[in-house]
Write a new protein. Structure first.
Length: 625
């Protein structure tokens, strides 16, 4: 045997010795196993003694008459638990206890099984049917650590924690705070501790994890522990489809932007595996959210959103498998839990970009909502308690601010209206098959008269961001939730004057009066606009303009009544503004000015010169000046 072989044998022997040392049970485990073995041996000796006594015919009245089978089964069970759960075997069985921690806003029920939040109720809100609003509840919720200890897979969600301060229900007094603590023991002075702290008038809960004396139980080379949070998100609002479209997962990258699974997604299952640090993960519904927040960040996150069947009481099942930083030397992990409403003003106070849970749109639309609409809405809310009146005044303020654009649009269309007879003459002189020549003549007339054919459209386009901003604002505004106005019972969801015994595809099973009024007022506004337009050259445009209102009627029938009410008011106010402007605009005076302008020489622009040159090369005859 050569030198290398001998060294190899010694190395193998050394590895085996080290392995046997590290994998051998500690003193507590040895004592526990010995106690169980002695117990079983004693029962077996008793059984053998009784067999011998029966054989020699002896009878002793004070001797046990039967073998303690339950004792044997219990001993075997303990050995199996010890083998499966190691130091955590004593926490496998126990009596579940519940502790309630509440303040003036939220009531949280904790379970000693898993040491977790068992249910969360928001005290200031109700479901659409008047029952208490519970964000999640029941044994289906998973909330806990998954890790390896002594080469065994441990899930804290399935183990019994010990309440530290008893099982007394706690209520936070004004200006104070209280906490509930649970410990998952793994031997004497060895435990994982969960501490939940709730302050007065807050939806945010401090959640601290302490690891005490377990550095020899959990693998020392572990720097992260897996944490799983799974809930079934119940439906709280009337109008399942609309609520479902706002129910998804949001998450914030550490010191970076907020992202989310697609709103209004048609996918039943969405998954995302994120390998970079996240600041928080939120299970978001239309008006309420459950958020877990880390001070240090979650090193990795696997997120899953699964849509529940339509006949289910739940909207979606949310799962977050996230990494928790772990220090084998001990210490604690500082987390926070937010159980509360998606109220922009409340979330803004907590910072950390939690206000992004209120979807206000992107880019300029978000800016309009955040710095204009919300501020006006909050200001009006300080003086007025009726949200229908607030929406009316908000609409008036917006329309007055946009009045210069409305006036410019009307004036531009009036100029085109008075030129319509001259345009009709051009169309009669130039045949339809010479479309380019006809268009050139029309543009020459506009240029000589100083009329911009896009002048009526541009002001309208500039108002579109406001319309889109309102489309985002009303369905996301929790202030409108369960606020009634006229026949609408809840401005945050659809209003219904007739429930249909059947469902119309893309429309629904109800008739929304505000949506019908919005459609009728839109058609009225378009009809008035058509009187000032020259749509003869575009016969298909008129048809398209009337199709659009009916398309929106189908789309918005299940949307927020506050949104369709706003659109209706905006159309009526615009119509009124046009009627007022009409009284001050003299068509004859406008035509006179345009004719005078036509007499003045028009300087060709470089673009016009290039356009005419291109037309000549293609053989088109240019109109005479």
């Amino acid at each position: 045997m050569d030198k290398n072989s001998i060294i190899g044998l010694f190395l193998i022997a050394g590895i085996l010795i080290v392995y046997s040392i590290f994998t051998s049970p500690d003193e507590e485990e040895k004592a526990e196993r010995q106690r169980l073995i002695d117990s079983i041996a004693q029962v077996e000796r008793q059984k053998a003694m009784e067999e011998a006594q029966r054989e020699i015919g002896q009878t002793q009245t004070d001797a046990p008459k039967q073998i303690d089978e339950p004792a044997i089964a219990d001993s075997v069970k303990q050995i199996q638990r010890q083998q499966q759960f190691g130091s955590f075997s004593e926490a496998v069985e126990g009596e579940r206890q519940f502790i309630t921690l509440e303040n003036n806003l939220v009531k949280i029920k904790f379970s000693s099984l898993g040491g977790k939040p068992y249910s969360v109720e928001l005290k200031e809100y109700k479901q659409y049917d008047g029952s208490p609003l519970v964000l999640f509840s029941g044994d289906s919720t998973i909330f806990g650590l998954n890790f390896f200890a002594q080469n065994r897979s441990i899930s804290s969600n399935d183990l019994y924690f010990t309440p530290v301060q008893g099982t007394e229900n706690l209520t936070v007094g004004q200006g104070g705070e209280k906490n509930v603590a649970f410990r998952l023991y793994a031997g004497n002075e060895k435990y994982i501790e969960y501490i939940y702290t709730l302050a007065d008038d807050k939806y945010m809960v401090d959640f601290d994890m302490n690891f005490v004396g377990i550095d020899d139980i959990i693998s020392k080379n572990q720097t992260e522990l897996d944490f799983r949070w799974l809930i079934y998100s119940p439906s709280h609002e009337r109008g399942r489809q609309n609520e479902l479209s706002y129910t998804t997962i949001f998450y914030k990258h550490f010191n970076d932007e907020v992202e989310n699974f697609s709103l209004r997604s048609n996918k039943d299952l969405e998954e995302e595996s994120i390998k970079t640090n996240l600041k928080w993960v939120a299970f978001k519904q239309q008006f309420f959210s459950n958020v877990i927040i880390s001070e240090e960040g979650f090193p990795y996150s696997d997120l899953v959103s699964e849509t529940m069947p339509e006949n289910s009481a739940y909207l979606k099942k949310f799962t977050a498998d996230i990494g928790i930083p772990y220090n084998a030397a001990g210490g604690n992990v500082d987390l926070k839990l937010y159980f509360g409403p998606n109220d922009f003003n409340i979330l803004k106070e907590y910072e950390m970009d939690l206000k992004e849970l209120v979807p206000l749109g992107g880019w300029i639309i978000k800016w309009i909502n955040q710095y204009v609409i919300i501020n006006i809405f909050n200001w009006l809310n300080n003086f007025i308690g009726n949200y229908g009146i607030i929406i009316l005044l908000l609409t008036l303020i917006i329309k007055l601010a946009l009045f210069p654009l409305t006036y410019k649009s009307y004036l531009s269309m009036a100029k085109m209206r008075v030129l319509k007879p001259q345009i009709d003459e051009i169309n009669e002189k130039i045949p339809k098959d010479k479309a380019m020549e006809r268009q050139q003549a029309t543009m020459a007339l506009y240029r000589k008269a100083g009329v911009n054919p896009m002048g009526g459209c541009l002001p309208t386009l500039l108002q579109m961001p406001i319309l889109f901003a309102m489309f985002r604002f009303f369905p996301s505004s929790i202030e409108l939730r369960q606020e009634s106005f006229l026949w609408a019972e809840d401005l945050s969801t659809y209003d219904s004057i007739l429930n249909l015994p059947f469902t119309i595809p893309f429309y629904g099973d109800h008739v929304s009066l505000f949506t019908i009024l919005m459609t009728a007022s839109t058609i009225l506004s378009m009809k008035m606009s058509n009187q000032t337009s020259t749509s003869a050259s575009m016969p298909g445009m008129k048809t398209m303009m009337y199709i659009m209102p009916f398309t929106f009627m189908f789309i918005l029938n299940g949307f927020s009544a506050g949104l369709t009410y706003y659109y209706f008011l905006a159309n009526i106010i615009t119509f009124g503004q046009n009627m007022v402007i009409k009284q001050f605009v003299d068509d004859e005076a406008i035509l006179k000015k345009l004719n005078e302008k036509k007499k003045k020489p028009v300087k060709k622009s470089k673009f016009q010169a290039r356009l005419e040159e291109a037309a000549k090369k293609k053989g088109y005859k240019m109109p005479k000046k």
